[in-house]
Design a protein. Structure first.
Length: 230
């Protein structure tokens, strides 16, 4: 938050625009965040916590987070509207390459610290890493490893549809490093749907390779995660 809030403020200083375009029909931005705020306010009313200072602070903090989401989403939308598809595509590629470099730096730093080539099976340092190694693979966002996993799951689907095998496998590798069983499961379901209903022969081959990556990782690299997922 110490980075994200000033970053959003800076973006609005450089591009001052608050025309969100919310509407019930053909809304420019999704109504999800406004509805989330509405639910919070409704809950505040029915719970009658008007004079509970702690509850009010939590309520205002939550609304603040949702407002930050709206501000960030609006700027992303402005970027999409003001640039052509090729520029956006190159930006997405650059983002995932930088994210992969930092993610590989994360795992390299762990290997250097432990002196163990596969920290996913390393039980020294009171099992600081071991099955939790993926928690330290945060990537470009410096957020939780789950955020990194979900971003790369999106990347896998995006680059599969673009038939960019190199970037697909790169995103798949980074996602596996996070060892997020939930993300793996969701991506497998998406792959299954695409494999059956909407994919070419080449895309089916890429999906099969990604699944092979997952199997090798779960069986050979991090068998404890396989047991945990089971």
């Amino acid at each position: 938050m110490a980075i994200k809030v000033p970053a959003i403020a800076l973006v609005y200083l450089l591009q001052f625009d608050f025309k969100f375009g919310f509407s019930f029909k053909n809304s420019r931005l999704p109504l999800f965040y406004l509805l989330a705020i509405g639910i919070a306010l409704f809950n505040w009313v029915i719970s009658r916590n008007y004079f509970n200072i702690n509850y009010n602070i939590v309520l205002l903090t939550g609304i603040g987070f949702w407002m930050l989401c709206i501000l960030a989403m609006h700027q992303v939308k402005l970027f999409v509207e003001s640039n052509d598809a090729e520029t956006i595509h190159r930006t997405i590629i650059a983002f995932f390459i930088i994210n992969a470099v930092l993610s590989f730096f994360n795992i390299t730093a762990i290997i250097w610290e432990t002196g163990y080539l596969n920290p996913y099976t390393y039980q020294g340092q009171f099992q600081k890493y071991f099955i939790s190694t993926g928690d330290y693979i945060r990537g470009l966002t410096f957020d939780t490893s789950t955020t990194n996993a979900i971003l790369n799951a999106f990347g896998c689907i995006y680059f599969l549809t673009k038939k960019n095998a190199g970037m697909l496998l790169l995103c798949m590798a980074v996602m596996l490093l996070t060892a997020s069983n939930f993300s793996n499961l969701i991506l497998l379901l998406c792959f299954a749907m695409l494999f059956i209903f909407k994919s070419t022969r080449d895309q089916k081959s890429l999906i099969a390779i990604c699944i092979m990556f997952l199997v090798v990782f779960m069986v050979k690299v991090s068998p404890q995660n396989y047991i945990y997922a089971h």
